[in-house]
Design a protein. Structure first.
Length: 490
């Protein structure tokens, strides 16, 4: 694994050690071994990165290139990503604790395909300049509506899907013509730093992408510096509110992709064997560290016991352990602190009267690593803490409902509104329920299992502001300018 000397900051097209002496240790959460060290960026380092992005936007070629020219550079970056895919997968497993199938698909493989799709499909088809209808009043006028890059964008992804989230922010920002400063989470910076190497090899102009590592101080400079025009942040709703407030004095645009407590609605006529994989995924995928995972299962009271039995039986066969082992189905949480938070919430569930149907402890035989058993609660009322608080860990809750009205009420009785799903043998009924769920993304009978580039990903309520992915993500990084002129009279 790389050593400290190979991990540096990427600022203005050059690699630098930074101005500080501190280093951040990157720990494999499955083994607790240090797998790399990166600089702790100082405020001066972050300011230099912002200044580089500002110059690149105000004076450099990137915002002034044609869409075709920007797309060509992005396609070159995609080619380098594809060549380095095996390395990125290994880095993701080592620092984020992903299982290999997850690393190969959602963590690394899918974002690379999305990055290429942005350059090949979205950019050429996007309506960059459109005519305005003629106007009649004091003379006759006409004009155009132009879409122009927003400016300098600060991109701040979360630790759970570090490469995925970084690329899903970087692709639309670059496509729009913005310049960027990318700051990965302190726990998962290694695969994000590779993006600097990829940009350098592909010929991205200096200053268009800057990568700085660091913690709270680095993030605070990005969210408050007046040279930054837009902040895109993925993380908890608690930190999201802080980012929103920090950006307000300089009126930055803010895109927030925050927490979730997403509900699967399982009607009495649903095929439970088809529902089961989604429920298991909500607990097991990335050890439950996913904002859009389905962690509340709302099931018709007549099918409750049958479904719980199926879930518990399936959980018995989930192997928890080191993601480097090929038969591991669930890896660790990211840190000891996160494990402590999850374990505290599990105890809260028991204290509030919920029934621990499976798990709740630490797996036997794993002395090292930040592991928690996959856990299921039943006997849950939607008012309980465990039904309203995002665990960000491998814990699901099952809540019965009486009819469709009751299901919609419970699903919407949440401070979050990121995702949802509905399962019914009657697709029209399922669609009608889906329309009533206040969430940014709702699937019907497992539809949309892949990550479609057409999805407008984002949430209602405290799940965030704005949308990501594809055309909708690109739109967030653009300003709309009206240019009009008179052609007669006046």
């Amino acid at each position: 694994m790389s050593t400290e000397s190979t991990h540096r900051l990427y600022i203005d097209g050059a690699w630098t050690e930074g101005t500080g002496d501190e280093r951040i240790e990157v720990v494999n959460p499955a083994t607790e071994q240090v797998v790399g060290r990166v600089p702790q960026a100082t405020r001066d380092d972050v300011v230099r990165a912002i200044e580089a992005a500002r110059r690149a936007f105000d004076e450099g070629p990137w915002p002034r290139m044609s869409v075709r020219e920007r797309a060509e550079v992005m396609l070159a970056m995609a080619a380098v990503m594809e060549r380095r895919l095996p390395e990125l997968i290994e880095l993701n497993m080592a620092e984020a604790g992903s299982t290999r199938p997850l690393a190969e698909s959602i963590q690394v493989g899918i974002p690379i395909r999305q990055f290429r799709d942005m350059a090949e499909r979205v950019m050429p088809a996007f309506d960059w300049e459109a005519p305005m209808p003629p106007t009649v009043g004091q003379g006759i006028g006409q004009g155009v509506l132009r879409r122009e890059p927003f400016g300098v964008a600060a991109l701040i992804p979360a630790y759970n899907f570090p490469f995925f989230l970084s690329v899903m922010k970087l692709a639309p920002a670059l496509a729009a013509g913005c310049t960027t400063v990318l700051k990965p989470a302190p726990t998962t910076p290694l695969e994000v730093l590779v993006l600097g190497e990829i940009a350098e090899e592909a010929g991205l102009p200096a200053g268009v992408l800057n990568v700085v590592t660091g913690d709270v101080e680095a993030g605070l400079e990005l969210t408050t510096n007046p040279m930054v025009d837009l902040v895109s942040f993925t993380g908890s709703d608690t930190v999201g509110r802080m980012v929103y407030g920090q950006a307000a004095p300089t009126m930055k645009k803010v895109v927030l992709e925050l927490g979730g407590k997403s509900a699967s609605v399982v009607c009495e006529d649903a095929d439970l064997d088809k529902v089961l994989p989604e429920i298991l995924a909500g607990i097991v995928v990335q050890a439950g560290q996913g904002c859009a995972l389905f962690t509340r299962t709302l099931v018709h009271r007549s099918r409750h016991d049958e479904l719980v039995e199926k879930i518990v039986t399936a959980l018995r066969y989930v192997k928890v352990g080191d993601p480097a082992e090929p038969d591991t189905a669930m890896g660790p949480l990211i840190s000891e602190a996160q494990r402590g938070k999850v374990e505290k919430l599990i105890r809260t569930g028991e204290e509030e009267g919920a029934h621990l149907a499976f798990g709740g402890g630490r797996p036997a035989g794993l002395e090292r690593g930040y592991f928690v058993e996959p856990t299921l609660f039943t006997g849950v009322d939607n008012a309980m803490t465990i039904a309203r608080t995002e665990f960000f860990g491998p814990v699901g809750v099952v809540i019965p409902f009486d009819d469709d009205e009751d299901a919609v009420r419970i699903a919407n009785d949440s401070p979050y509104g990121l995702a949802g799903s509905v399962w019914s043998a009657d697709p029209v009924r399922a669609y009608e329920i889906a329309k009533r769920i206040r969430a940014g993304f709702v699937s019907v009978n497992g539809g949309g299992g892949g990550v479609s580039p057409h999805i407008a990903f984002g949430g209602y309520k405290q799940s965030g502001l704005g949308r990501e992915w594809g055309e909708h993500g690109l739109d967030e990084y653009l300003q709309t300018k009206s240019i009009s002129w008179g052609v007669a009279g006046g």
